[in-house]
Design a protein around this ligand. Structure first.
Ligand code: GRF
Length: 194
C-alpha cells in the first residue's frame, strides 16, 4: 500500500476526490494532510476520515519537524492540492521527484506567485483566452515551473465568470488528479498465491 501526503489550504475538493478514488482502488491511502489554515475545510475532511493532519504555522513550526513527520509516513508521493505557501527548498530536497502540484490553468500561462484560485481564472478571462484547463506538474524550487506531467483542456465560454470557469476546471481536476497519481505510483502488481 502506497502512502500519500497531501498539502492543502482550502476546501479540499481535490483531497476528497483523491481519498474517494483510492478507497475504490486500494493501492494507496492518504497518510497525512498538511494544512496552514486552522479553519480550512480540508481539515473537516481529515477529521471525518480519521486521517492524521498537521497544521503548520510559519512562525512556530520548524521545517525539520515537518520533514520528520512526513518521513515517518514513508510517502510514495507528496501531493499539493491547493496549498498556498511556496514549499520550502528543504522539503523539496528531502523528497526529490516525489512532489507534484495541480494548477488550474495551462502553464506556463497564468502561473507564478500570487496566481491561485479566482486570480488565475480572472487572468484567463481578462486575457480573452479561448481555452483553459489544468496542469499537473512536478514541483521544483521555482513556482509552477517543474516538468509537466499532464495537461487537460476545456473551453472558456463567452459568458464565463471566474466561478463558472472554476467549476468546469474542478471537474477536470477531480477526474485527472487521482488517475495521474495512480499512474505515477505504477501499475499495481498482481500477486498470485500458489
Ligand atoms: C484547485 O483549483 C487547484 O488547482 C489549486 O487549488 C485549488 C484547490 O481546490 N491549486 P480544492 O481545495 O481542492 O477544492
Amino acid at each position: 500500500m502506497h502512502s500519500l501526503i497531501i498539502f492543502a489550504s482550502g476546501t479540499g475538493t481535490n483531497t476528497r476526490a483523491i481519498i474517494d478514488y483510492f478507497k475504490r482502488n486500494a493501492i494507496a491511502k492518504v497518510a497525512l494532510i498538511v494544512c496552514n489554515k486552522p479553519d480550512a475545510g480540508v481539515l473537516d475532511i481529515a477529521m471525518n476520515e480519521e486521517i492524521p493532519f498537521l497544521i503548520v504555522d510559519k512562525k512556530t513550526i520548524h521545517e525539520t519537524l515537518i520533514i520528520d513527520q512526513m518521513e515517518s509516513c514513508k510517502p510514495s508521493l507528496v501531493v499539493l492540492a491547493g496549498f498556498l505557501w511556496k514549499i520550502p527548498d528543504s522539503i523539496i530536497k528531502a523528497f526529490p521527484n516525489k512532489i507534484i502540484n495541480i494548477h488550474p490553468a495551462l502553464l506556463p500561462l497564468h502561473g507564478g506567485k500570487g496566481m491561485y484560485g479566482h486570480h488565475v481564472h480572472n487572468a484567463v478571462i481578462n486575457a480573452k483566452q479561448q481555452e483553459s484547463g489544468i496542469t499537473i506538474h512536478h514541483v521544483n524550487e521555482v513556482y509552477d515551473s517543474g516538468d509537466i506531467i499532464l495537461q487537460a483542456r476545456c473551453k472558456v465560454l463567452e459568458n464565463d465568470t471566474p466561478a463558472s470557469l472554476a467549476e468546469r476546471i474542478h471537474h477536470l481536476e477531480h477526474f485527472y488528479f487521482p488517475r495521474v497519481i495512480e499512474f505515477l505510483l505504477g501499475t499495481p502488481t498482481v500477486s498470485i498465491d500458489v
